[in-house]
Design a protein around this ligand. Structure first.
Ligand code: CU
Ligand code: ZN
Length: 367
């Protein structure tokens, strides 16, 4: 079929919205009609050309939600008409990681996905007979996508898809970091560095886990206001003395849990240092640039602080994403404040501009 999609033709150039060819879903694959898609930093990072593993031409986008239009041979996990959220982090349910409760990093299709191919090593996207590669296994800046069934989370049909798409990446990453990776304990003190989509999700997750104090640190007063809306009990503007100020707020000890959601390694260091001696757990969610190093004073670890990382919030997508969407439908997660702009596919480059200008949290493309 022919469809419209936003193609990254050349790094550091605007995406070009155009007609491309999308082949039928193969065995184990599903054709999804996309309804909405968030614009995320990872899309912009790849488009910029700074990511050394990037490639072009490709159809970007990974925060998608839509409706299953057609299933390829042997598909059993979803059916026609199902509402789905796209998963750049799939869940095959069978690999050594999927059967372990300790990680969500499914191994099933990793290699081909990273190269821009579907699991069989080919693409469904093309243009004039030339293959166009997939991005993050999702390619959701488009009217349709073909994806492996293991990379689709079937959600409640009641959930509006323009909100549900946020659960495909940043929001779930933050919620999961607090609820699953750190498994924040009731009554604890949490500090969240960064009030973008991931950090705000971590604030909401800490609240849902019953944290007593949730301190959010960011450089923007506006974003800190949003953090209060998600359950932050205290906020502060970041800076070099942030750790000192957090220690002062916590009787000199630091927080039970800290979360880093900026990707800045200097802030990561602060997140480690703001964790409490004895048991403080620092969860790193932000993605640092390749080659960057995180400096940690070993004595801080000997005295009981722990550091861990969280990819996609430690969530096993097909199980955990629908559960989060249900909690949203129950009124426990307030998604609307995250949607700052609604744009069309043709305005996708404006979505990048708004992000660069740090204008709002998320632009959602309505397809
Ligand atoms: Cu993302
Ligand atoms: Zn797996």
């Amino acid at each position: 079929m022919r469809m419209r999609a936003a193609v990254l033709e050349e790094f550091a150039r605007p995406l070009v919205v155009q007609e491309v060819e999308l082949a039928d879903p193969g065995p184990g694959e599903v054709l999804v009609r996309l309804v909405a898609c968030g614009v995320c930093h990872t899309d912009m990072y790849t488009a910029s050309g700074v990511d050394p593993s990037g490639y072009a031409p490709t159809v970007l986008g990974h925060e998608g939600a839509g409706v299953v239009e057609r299933c390829g041979e042997g598909v059993r996990l979803v059916g026609e008409g199902d509402h789905v959220v796209t998963l750049f982090s799939p869940q095959c349910g069978e690999c050594v990681h999927c059967v372990s409760p300790l990680t969500n990093l499914c191994l099933a299709i990793r290699e081909q996905q990273n190269l821009g191919y579907l699991p069989d090593g080919t693409t469904r996207l093309s243009r004039g007979g030339e293959p166009v590669r997939h991005f993050m296994g999702t390619s959701t800046f488009a009217e349709y996508t073909v994806m492996p069934e293991i990379a689709l989370a079937r959600i409640d049909r009641e959930a509006p898809l323009d909100r549900a798409c946020l659960f495909a990446c940043g929001l779930s990453t933050g919620l999961g970091a607090a609820m699953k990776t750190a498994a924040v304990r009731e009554g604890s003190t949490c500090v969240v560095f960064g009030a973008g989509m991931v950090g705000l999700g971590a604030v909401a997750g800490a609240r849902l886990r019953g944290a007593e104090r949730i301190v959010c640190v960011d450089m923007s007063g506006e974003r800190l206001e949003l953090a209060r809306g998600q359950g932050a009990t205290e906020t502060m503007i970041g800076g070099e003395d942030a750790v000192q100020r957090i220690l002062e707020m916590t009787d000199g000890f630091g927080a039970d849990y800290t979360f880093e959601a900026t990707g800045n390694v200097a802030v990561m260091r602060q997140a480690v240092e703001a964790a409490r001696m004895g048991w403080g757990l620092c969860t790193v969610c932000g993605v640092a640039g390749r080659g960057e190093m995180l400096e940690v004073i070993p004595r801080l670890l000997i005295t009981g602080r722990r550091v861990c990382g969280s990819s996609f919030g430690g969530l096993k997508g097909r199980e955990d994403v629908p559960a989060l969407v249900s909690r949203y439908l129950e009124g426990q997660i307030d998604v609307d404040p995250f949607i700052s702009h609604r744009i069309s596919l043709d305005e996708v480059n404006r979505g990048f501009e708004l992000m660069e200008a740090q204008d709002g949290i998320r632009s959602v493309i309505e397809l």
